[in-house]
Design a protein around this ligand. Structure first.
Ligand code: NAD
Length: 280
C-alpha cells in the first residue's frame, strides 16, 4: 500500500507495541506520519519495534517505554514520561497489550482467571482512563481511543473463559467510554480481530488452526497489518463521525448459530456415509 500522511503531527501511544498486532500498528502509524510511543512490558521487544519505525515525515520522534498496563502506578509513570518528552498527552491511544492463560473452565485456576482480566481488561481501563484524563486536563479536544477486543468475546471459545470474558468486557468498556467522552471530543472504538498470525497464535496447535481456518469463508488467518490498517482508519479523521462501535477484522468469522448450522449440514451430508471422518 502506498504511504500516506493521515496521522501527520499526531502523537500515539500503543500498548503491546513490542509484538504482533501492536507492533504492526506502531509501524503503520509511523508510516502515516505519527510520532509513536511503543509501550510494552518487554523493554527489549519495545526497542526492537522502535528500531523498525520509519521517520519519513518532518518532526517525527518515536520512543520506547517499559510499562505494565495492569499496574496503575506503571501506567501513570508512562503518561508522565510521555508528557515530559513531548509536552502534550497522546491524542491517539491503542490498547493492544494482551495475554492468554488457556484452560477448560472445570480446571481453570483462579490466578489464571485473575491475571488475564488484570492485563486485558483492567489494563485497557487504566490506559484509557489515564490518556483521557490527560487529554481533558490539557484542553486538547480531539482524541481517538482504540481498544483491542476479540471476536471470541462475542462467540466464545473452548478453553478461554477468562480471555473471552476479558474481551467482552473490553467491548462494553469501549462503548461506555464513547458515551462519556464524546463531549470532550474523544472517540472510542474497538477492533475485534479474528485469528491473526502473531506469537500469541503461534502457541495454538496446527490441528486447531486448520479447523479454525476451515470455518473462515476467506479461508486463511489474518495478518497483523490488516488489523493495523483498521486501527489507522479509526485513529484518523476519516472516521471522525464514528464512535462507540466495534469493527470485526475476521475474514467473516461465523457466529455461534452459523457454526452450529454448518455442523448440522455437515452431519446431514454425512448421514449414512461409511467415511470415518464423518462419524464424529
Ligand atoms: P502478542 O503476544 O504478539 O503481543 C502482545 C504484546 O503485549 C506482547 O508484546 C507482550 O509483551 C505485551 N504485554 C503482555 N502483557 C503486558 C502487560 N502487562 N503490559 C504491557 N504489555 C504487555 O499478541 P497479539 O496477537 O499481537 O495480540 C495483541 C492484542 O490483540 C491482544 O490484546 C490480543 O488479545 C488481541 N487479539 C489477538 C488475536 C490473534 O489472533 N492474534 C485475536 C484477537 C485479539
Amino acid at each position: 500500500m502506498a504511504a500516506s500522511s493521515r496521522l501527520i503531527a499526531r502523537l500515539a501511544v500503543v500498548s503491546g507495541g513490542g509484538s504482533g498486532i501492536g507492533r504492526a500498528v506502531c509501524q503503520r502509524f509511523a508510516s502515516e506520519g505519527a510520532s509513536v510511543v511503543v509501550a510494552d512490558v518487554s523493554e527489549e521487544s519495545a526497542n526492537r519495534t522502535l528500531g523498525s519505525l520509519s521517520h519519513d515525515h518532518r518532526g517525527q520522534e518515536h520512543m520506547a517505554v517499559a510499562v505494565d498496563v495492569s499496574s496503575r502506578d506503571s501506567v501513570e509513570k508512562l503518561l508522565t514520561r510521555i508528557q515530559c518528552q513531548y509536552y502534550q498527552p497522546p491524542s491517539i491511544c491503542v490498547s493492544a497489550a494482551g495475554i492468554t492463560q488457556d484452560e477448560f473452565l472445570l480446571k481453570m485456576e483462579e490466578n489464571d482467571f485473575d491475571r488475564v482480566i488484570q492485563v486485558n481488561l483492567k489494563g485497557t481501563f487504566l490506559l484509557t482512563q489515564a490518556v483521557s484524563k490527560a487529554l481533558v486536563a490539557s484542553g486538547i479536544s480531539k482524541g481517538s481511543i482504540i481498544t483491542v477486543g476479540s471476536i471470541v468475546g462475542k462467540v466464545g471459545n473452548i478453553g478461554q473463559t477468562n480471555y473471552c470474558a476479558s474481551k467482552a468486557g473490553v467491548e462494553g468498556l469501549t462503548r461506555t467510554a464513547a458515551k462519556e467522552l464524546s463531549g470532550f471530543g474523544i472517540r472510542c472504538n474497538c477492533v475485534l480481530p479474528g485469528f491473526i498470525t502473531t506469537p500469541m497464535t503461534d502457541k495454538v496447535p496446527e490441528k486447531v488452526i486448520s479447523k479454525i481456518t476451515s470455518l473462515v469463508p476467506m479461508g486463511r488467518m489474518g495478518e497483523p497489518a490488516e488489523v493495523a490498517d483498521v486501527c489507522t482508519f479509526l485513529a484518523s479523521d476519516e472516521s471522525r463521525y464514528i464512535t462507540g462501535v466495534s469493527i470485526e477484522v475476521t475474514g467473516k468469522f461465523p457466529s455461534m448459530s452459523e457454526t452450529r448450522a454448518m455442523q448440522m449440514s455437515d452431519h446431514s451430508r454425512c448421514k449414512g456415509s461409511t467415511n470415518t471422518e464423518c462419524t464424529a
